[in-house]
Design a protein around this ligand. Structure first.
Ligand code: 6MZ
Length: 333
């Protein structure tokens, strides 16, 4: 596919399937929210996202970010800005994810948090389709995880399409939370799990795979058993290259574990993870993958097109998106 445009990566229609709401706040949104909070929390103005991270320093960052989104109006602003930014970056279908949070001072409950995000997702727009994945945090107790499933059931008709397991890779255990995931599955919710993001997580891989997840996040470290199972069950992998590089679970883009998936033609989806914290939009992730693996524009188009098969939506939505992709390719020739 010839391309004379320098912004091919932005123009390329894309789907984003692994984006944490609070990790996706751009610097501009953070500034806007700091401004809203300046009367009550002036110290927030001094915070800067560091440009060098480790897994250990990554999760504590959210202690700061969560102070910016501790009331429903801020959550609404955050969600709207994040969706606008993805749309401007050429994302046509987005599955945004988040763990509902409460704050006693502002009166925000998990329910009003979720309502705030979903009310933004429901705003009619032509440029992007947005769905929501509700996240269970590894730090959650089983009771809290079941509360997330209750919320998913109550709010299902407002665009909740799946359940996710996320959170600090050094804490918690999936085994404790398993009954909540099984209940979600019994209620026909697909499941995506953060999987083997660090080597130490590999011990729980057989348990995670035993619930037959529909997608996996990262899947950075794969032993023979994991690779065979994932390939046999054809489980798509949500790939977040910059996130892995900055958190130092991949040493270079060229050596990123997407290389094996590409060679083995296993389905994967390029995603951002936390575009605000990692300063990388989805168009940039496509550019980085293209450069690292010498992919042509046609190959990148195919990667984007194939990602549609992994979305948590019905065949009609998938077919509609594919038509949109083909129409774009015709225009672009
Ligand atoms: C695991 C991650 C993550 O839910 O408050 N999160 N969990 N691995 C990662 N890789 C780097 N990046 C983000 O968004 C922020 C939350 O998403 C999870 C963490 O639980 C973080 O607190 P929400 O919108």
């Amino acid at each position: 596919m010839p391309c004379s445009l320098s912004d091919f990566y932005v123009q390329l229609p894309k789907v984003e399937l692994h984006a944490h709401l609070n990790g996706s706040l751009s610097p501009a949104t953070m500034r806007e929210l700091v401004e809203r909070k300046k009367a009550t929390k002036p110290e927030l103005a001094n915070f800067r996202i560091p440009d060098s991270l480790e897994m250990e320093s990554f999760f504590p960052l959210f202690k700061f970010i969560y102070q910016l989104t501790d009331d429903v109006e801020s959550v609404r602003i955050a969600a709207r800005n994040v969706i606008d930014e993805f749309a401007r970056d050429g994302v046509k279908y987005l599955e945004l994810r988040s763990t509902p949070r409460k704050n006693e001072e502002t009166g925000m409950t998990k329910r009003t948090y979720l309502d705030a995000v979903l009310s933004v997702i429901e705003e009619p727009r032509q440029d992007i389709v947005v769905k929501f994945i509700i996240s269970i945090d590894r730090r959650n107790t089983l009771e809290e995880a079941q509360e997330v499933v209750d919320l998913a059931l109550d709010f299902r008709s407002r665009g909740i399409v799946a359940i996710d397991l996320c959170g600090d890779v050094h804490t918690g255990s999936f085994e404790n939370l398993r009954p909540a995931f099984e209940r979600a599955q019994a209620n026909r919710f697909p499941v995506t799990l953060h999987f083997n993001e660090i080597k130490e997580n590999m011990v729980e891989a057989p348990t995670l795979l035993s619930i037959r997840p529909n997608r996996l996040g990262h899947a950075t470290y794969l032993d023979d058993y994991c690779r065979k199972t994932i390939y046999k069950e054809n489980i798509p992998v949500e790939i977040c290259m910059t996130s892995n590089l900055l958190c130092k679970t991949a040493s270079t883009y060229e050596e990123h574990h997407i290389r094996e998936l590409l060679n083995d033609k296993h389905p994967f989806i390029l995603c951002t993870d936390d575009k605000g914290v990692f300063f990388s939009d989805l168009s940039n992730e496509y550019k980085l993958a293209g450069e690292a693996f010498k992919l042509t524009h046609e190959e990148l188009f195919e990667i984007s097109l194939r990602s549609i098969d992994a979305i948590f939506s019905d065949e009609k939505t998938k077919n509609g998106l594919k038509q949109q992709w083909f129409a774009w390719r015709e225009d672009f020739k």
